[in-house]
Design a binder for this molecule. Structure first.
Ligand SMILES: Cc1cc2nc3c(=O)[nH]c(=O)nc-3n(C[C@H](O)[C@H](O)[C@H](O)COP(=O)(O)OP(=O)(O)OC[C@H]3O[C@@H](n4cnc5c(N)ncnc54)[C@H](O)[C@@H]3O)c2cc1C
Length: 393
């Protein structure tokens, strides 16, 4: 490890690695990624792998649509097959009032220029006959959405970054951030100290603690999510599917495994990576209600992951007031799908000092100005948003 880098990125998840790759691609030579465990050990190696840009707020649509355009050619760009499967993404409505809201979202998406379709109940059931028709009121379908392999994406970015001479240090924890006269001067790690003028906080669920090292308090809290994979089954789900009503999301892998996750309403905040019986019961109930044919399917794996959520569920991106050189790239709840755009735009910000318009609204300052970005189409409980907001106050 050198004793000086131009940029030090804290966190070897998909966001930190995408940023490192994009910085190096634009010619910045001395970039270090410090990861306290193994590469991709955080949420980036544990997520549901789903990708869309059909959201319900202009800010989210603009950012994630930029990402979807990069996903299209990402395997070629990184020279590594990330197994992006453009099979389409359906946001399912179960209740009539959800459909009413979806009409508004679809209109906004159309105005932006997204290719999405508002489907009625019959059209959804025709496309996915395995769905329980009682759980279907309609949905928004985005043909350009889909899923990719999360471990492949992490390794693709890591390898591409290394080829461009980024230095990645697994098992190297940042334990201190040095600030002098309001500016970053370096970091302390378990493997020695580094001088730098720029530190990026891409520490996922741990971003709050990393910010504290620089004397900042972030409006974030950890949220624990669980997932499962079944034995391989005959193809029955031809697209990625999110059900905000049941707070669940799922797809069927190319090997046939049904892979899905769900959020339990009002679960206390926790950092634990232990999977639980309560979650597997909740997921089994939700998935068999949506797909009765899953009854009796054997469970192969179950796992947990944590994300660091901002109070409004939107990412925290960009510089902060009061600590020159400390840059946030955290608070990502949908940070897997957002990584191609996140890394590219954050690199632009660092290299030019100008904040690209896609990420400008996501600055931490929104919590001072009150311009919070709450996207109502996320598959997260509104209870969580309200609880976060209450904790923040
Ligand atoms: C179960 C689950 C399902 C999900 N499903 C989806 C989905 O379908 N689609 C989607 O887009 N998103 C999904 N997400 C969210 C997505 O995984 C995250 O938003 C994304 O991975 C965030 O990436 P990151 O690089 O910011 O964080 P992480 O991948 O968590 O990486 C942060 C890294 O920082 C390291 N770190 C922390 N502190 C320090 C320190 N002091 N020093 C050095 N290193 C440190 C950690 O070890 C970690 O590896 C899901 C998340 C979970 C948990």
């Amino acid at each position: 490890m050198r004793n000086h880098y131009d940029v030090v990125i804290v966190g070897g998840g998909v966001q930190g690695l995408s940023l490192a790759y994009n910085l190096a691609r634009s010619g910045l030579l001395r970039v270090a990624v410090l990861e306290k465990s193994y590469i991709g050990s955080g949420a980036s190696g544990r997520n549901g792998e789903m990708i869309r840009s059909a959201f319900a707020s202009l800010e989210w649509i603009r950012l994630f649509d930029h990402s979807i355009q990069i996903w299209e050619t990402l395997s070629d760009e990184l020279d590594f097959n990330v197994m992006f499967t453009r099979c389409g993404y359906l946001v399912l409505a179960t209740k009539a009032d959800e459909m009413k809201a979806y009409g508004t979202y679809a209109k906004l998406q159309e105005e932006f220029g997204l290719k999405t379709f508002l489907l009625d109940r019959d059209e959804v059931v025709k496309r996915i006959p395995a769905l329980n028709p009682e759980m279907v009121a309609g949905g928004i379908y985005q043909p350009d959405g889909g899923f990719a392999r999360h471990d492949a994406v992490v390794w693709a970015y890591a390898r591409a970054a290394r080829r461009l001479s980024v230095e990645i240090f697994p098992h190297t924890e940042v334990i201190g951030i040095r600030v002098k006269s309001g500016s970053i001067t370096g970091v302390n790690t378990t493997k020695g100290d580094i001088e730098t003028q720029t530190v990026v906080n891409a520490a996922g669920a741990h971003a709050g603690w990393v910010a504290q090292m620089a004397g900042l308090t972030l409006p974030t809290q950890t949220c624990r999510l669980e997932m499962l994979a079944t034995e391989p089954l005959k193809p029955f789900l031809s697209m990625a599917l999110a059900s905000p009503y049941s707070l669940s999301y799922m797809h069927q892998s190319t090997r046939g495994e049904f892979i899905g996750g769900a959020e339990i309403e009002n679960l206390p905040a926790s950092n634990s990576l232990r999977s639980s019986r309560r979650a597997v019961q909740d997921m089994a109930q939700k998935f068999t209600l949506l797909f009765p044919g899953l009854c009796g399917a054997r469970l192969m794996r179950q796992w947990a992951g944590v994300v660091g959520m901002a109070a409004d569920m939107s990412p925290l991106l960009g510089p902060v007031d009061g600590v020159e050189g400390f840059i946030l790239d955290c608070g990502w709840v949908y940070g897997f799908m957002g990584a191609p755009a996140g890394g590219k735009l954050m690199a632009e910000l660092i290299l030019t000092g100008e904040t690209p318009k896609h990420i400008r609204p996501f600055n931490l300052n929104r919590f001072k100005t009150g311009k919070l970005i709450v996207d109502p189409s996320l598959t997260v409980s509104t209870g969580s948003i309200e609880k976060n907001e209450k904790n923040r106050r």
